[in-house]
Design a protein around this ligand. Structure first.
Ligand code: TXA
Ligand code: MG
Length: 347
């Protein structure tokens, strides 16, 4: 299959009638799948009401069929068609954080969305992305769009169109290239079907921000204790992994430097995930500054691109610094732990 690439400048006016967006919307209406930029990562979109379109998403990614997709909308009113109720806290959260990197889980109304999109569950995950190109496309096609991250299953999520090409070229009908995404880690997945909302996946909206608006917020047990079964099916899979084994290093710079030297003595080519503040501190084969530690948002923005860059550098092993588990640091550490398959070296 030839993947059609449309370039579109997210800053131009009237994006909804931009010829590229119009063409991509037509693809979606014809149940083809199209990769699109969002403020978090690129998504692989398809008509959420169509089994045919949803099957194409799973096939292109090689994604396990029990892992449900997030439904993307441009207008809050759209959700009435496929959720049974909108709890008050969800209403408040939508008002405050949509459009934005917050996915809310509702009880699902049967018979509207493809059951394949929701993995056969009786709930549905919904979000309104904060990206002008995504919103224009969603408005134009007038469909709820199911969209997982546009990477091959298991790989780091794509934060620019080139990453999508690396993974999915020839496997998808189209790609709307709207430049680099911003937040860099995926949306926060929040279950609002219970009285106290539960974070199933930490992401762009932090626990602290949520708590400010709705009071108590719980964390899914699996985010605290690795042996618990996660409520978001996708959280049980290894994810985001670079080609080389990744180890998180819980120690100071001189400890990390000793690890580098040990591996170099074994003849390995060693990569280090550092930050702007520490990049000069290591003598490794490849050291990459993944944003600035003093601005954790910049670490989130650069994270997946950095993990992919180690593949280009053909390193044999990667050591990563660790980050504080608060604010967006929670999402960063969650993704790094998954990418490392939980391999942590303590000093
Ligand atoms: O930022 C994002 O959320 C991106 C962009 C493209 O919107 N999308 C994304 O989708 O990260 P995906 O498919 O890579 O991750 C969706 C996560 C998975 O862990 C999945 O198991 C969970 O959401 N999920 C979806 N529906 C669910 C449901 N009804 N109950 C529990 N978890 C659900
Ligand atoms: Mg994903």
């Amino acid at each position: 299959m030839n993947t059609k690439v449309w370039k579109v400048d997210k800053h131009v006016d009237n994006l909804e009638n931009n010829p590229q967006v119009v063409d991509a919307a037509r693809f979606l209406q014809e149940n083809e799948v199209v990769a699109l930029p969002t403020e978090t990562v690129y998504g692989l979109g398809g008509n959420a009401e169509s089994d045919v379109a949803v099957e194409k998403i799973f096939a292109a990614k090689g994604r396990p069929s029990d892992n449900p997709l997030i439904i993307h909308i441009a207008d809050k009113k759209q959700i009435n068609a496929f959720v049974t109720e909108i709890p008050e806290k969800a209403e408040i959260l939508m008002e405050r954080f949509w459009p934005g990197p917050l996915t809310i889980i509702f009880k699902k109304k049967d018979g509207v969305l493809s059951d394949k999109a929701t993995g056969g569950l009786d709930t549905v995950a919904v979000r309104m992305p904060d990206h002008p190109v995504a919103l224009a496309l969603l408005k134009k096609c007038q469909l709820p769009i199911a969209a997982p991250s546009a990477n091959s299953s298991g790989k780091p999520s794509p934060t620019n169109a080139q990453h999508v090409i690396e993974d999915l070229n020839g496997k998808i009908a189209g790609l709307l290239d709207g430049g680099s995404t911003g937040v860099g880690v995926e949306s926060t997945v929040l279950d609002c079907t219970e009285e106290i909302p539960v974070i199933l996946r930490p992401g762009g909206v932090t626990k602290e921000q949520l708590a400010e608006v709705v009071g108590d917020v719980h964390l899914d047990a699996a985010l605290i204790d690795e042996t618990s079964k996660p409520k978001a099916p996708g959280m049980k899979y290894q994810h985001y992994a670079p080609n080389a084994p990744l180890y998180l290093v819980n120690g100071d710079k001189s400890f990390l430097q000793r690890l580098i030297e040990e591996k170099q003595e074994e003849g390995l080519r060693v990569g280090v995930l550092a930050t702007a503040e520490s990049v000069g501190a290591y003598q490794s084969d490849v050291t990459i500054a993944c944003g600035k530690r003093s601005e954790l948002e910049s670490v989130a923005t650069a994270l997946y691109e950095t993990l992919r860059a180690f593949n280009q550098e053909k390193v044999d092993i990667i050591f990563s610094e660790m980050f504080p588990n608060t604010g967006v640091g929670h999402a960063i550490m969650n993704r790094l732990q998954k990418a490392a398959g939980n391999k942590i070296i303590n000093e």
